[in-house]
Ligand binder design. Structure first.
Ligand SMILES: [Zn+2]
Length: 148
């Protein structure tokens, strides 16, 4: 794992306004945040601001080093959400009660980080787990205070 200088961590955190760039959870309501390589180091991703994002531990644990996943509605391989190249609003939305992140596109459905299509499945299997919930709603309870 690459060393990420404090100045670069601060830059990434400030750019994200202290929120996970995958689920929008605020730093103020989680124990800790991590810095994620959008394109994993193993795939040649650089350790610079253009390839880093702020992520909560939950989202980072689900994403791991994956760049693609299977859209639960179509079964197609799709890229995961790239917060450096795409807008969150283009792929995700909120449930009516404002507690769930919903995937609106194939990328969003696959990337709704924190998605646990089947709570019994261990998180490590998330990126390739067969979908059991076609609604593709993120079961992560996004805190209301983190909504934009
Ligand atoms: Zn998150």
């Amino acid at each position: 794992m690459a060393y990420i200088a404090q100045t670069l961590r601060r830059e990434v955190t400030e750019r994200a306004r202290g929120r996970c760039e995958y689920c929008l959870t605020a730093l103020a309501v989680v124990v800790e945040m991590e810095i994620d390589h959008v394109v994993p180091e193993a795939a040649g991703g650089a350790t610079n601001a253009d390839n880093l994002c702020l992520t909560c531990v939950g989202c980072n644990g689900f994403k791991l080093a994956f760049q693609t996943g299977i859209d639960p509605e179509t079964g197609e391989h799709v890229p995961l959400f790239n917060p450096r190249a795409e807008r969150w609003e283009d792929h995700f939305g909120w449930s009516e009660d404002g507690t769930l992140v919903l995937g609106l596109t194939p990328v969003g459905r696959r990337s709704a980080v924190g998605v646990r299509y089947d709570q019994a499945r261990p998180p490590m299997r998330w990126p390739t787990a067969a979908p059991t919930n076609r609604r593709a709603a993120c079961r992560y309870r996004a805190p209301l205070v983190a909504r934009p």
